[in-house]
Design a protein around this ligand. Structure first.
Ligand code: G
Ligand code: G
Ligand code: MN
Ligand code: NA
Length: 254
């Protein structure tokens, strides 16, 4: 309850920030995007990571305003970076199921994009497999509405949930994110090897881009590149950076 009131207050006081983790081409290291990751500068407890507050926000009905704040902030940054000549950097934002299930969510997003004068093509939304498994026509309708704004859709932590391949085939998805648990033991572990290859093959077969998360070593990068993975995200490239640090990093790369 203390955290709850602190969270609403923290949102009003600007204690929440986004950090950005670069996403690069596996082939040549070009910057292709960034994932926005929420942080809370708590007045007493210091910098808090999402696992310390997202669930609470969901339980306490704060996820919708907090998520809308993150979307707006990410869209603003994406526009600023685009205008600064960082051309290929759509910003990916993690969606909570609370947001996705809110009726009129697309209208909220559309309104925000209009207010901020940002093209939807600069925004990607990361949804989890679980969110895809609700009523198929309903999920398809929502994703189609978001796609009509130019927004791209990525499936986060792919392989850890239980999405049906039949659903995947029917939904307007752009990108699969291979969960870092499958990347961690590459290239040595035969099972990880088989799973990573299978996800890459399936994604390509479905015409989707595929990105590996949690890439930490050059050997992992080599394997993923060889296996046909399009994009990489992880400590090998860069950890999550503050807004200013991401901008400097991206401009230095150009
Ligand atoms: O930055 P970190 O690795 O601690 O993030 C862990 C997880 O927290 C992310 O993979 C994501 O699932 C979740 N997360 C981070 N930022 C957001 C956000 O803005 N909204 C939601 N719903 N989840 C987020
Ligand atoms: O959306 P998701 O829950 O996957 O968020 C990514 C999280 O993974 C972020 O919180 C980030 O801090 C963390 N992370 C980013 N790169 C790496 C990495 O290379 N290895 C590991 N173990 N974690 C990472
Ligand atoms: Mn994510
Ligand atoms: Na993830």
């Amino acid at each position: 309850l203390v955290m709850e009131s602190q969270m609403a207050q923290g949102l009003a006081r600007g204690e929440f920030v986004l950090h950005f983790q670069p996403q690069v081409s596996a082939a040549d290291g070009r910057l292709l995007g960034a994932e926005a990751l929420m942080r809370w500068h708590h007045p007493e407890r210091g910098l808090l990571m999402p696992d310390a507050f997202i669930e609470l926000a969901e339980q306490q009905r704060l996820m919708l305003p907090l998520g809308q704040w993150a979307l707006r902030e990410a869209a603003r940054c994406a526009k600023r970076w685009h205008d600064a000549g960082i051309r290929h950097a759509p910003v990916a934002v993690n969606l909570s199921s609370v947001q996705f299930q809110t009726s009129g969510f697309t209208a909220l997003v559309e309104q925000m994009l209009l207010e901020e004068d940002v093209s939807g093509t600069l925004v990607e939304l990361e949804i989890t497999e679980r969110m895809l498994m609700d009523d198929l026509p309903e999920v398809r309708r929502k994703l189609t509405e978001l796609k009509a704004l130019g927004i791209r859709i990525a499936v986060d932590d792919f392989g850890t949930g239980y999405s049906s391949l039949a659903h995947l085939k029917e939904l307007p998805i752009d990108k699969m994110k291979i969960d870092r648990s499958f990347v961690h033991d590459l290239p040595g572990d035969p099972e990880s090897n088989a799973i990573a290859r299978a996800i890459i093959q399936m994604s390509r077969g479905l015409g989707l881009k595929v990105i590996a998360e949690g890439v930490e070593t050059a050997a992992q990068r080599e394997f993923l590149q060889q296996a046909g993975c399009d994009e990489l995200q992880g400590l090998l490239v860069s950890g999550p950076l503050t807004e200013e640090a991401f901008e400097a990093w991206a401009l230095g790369l150009k």
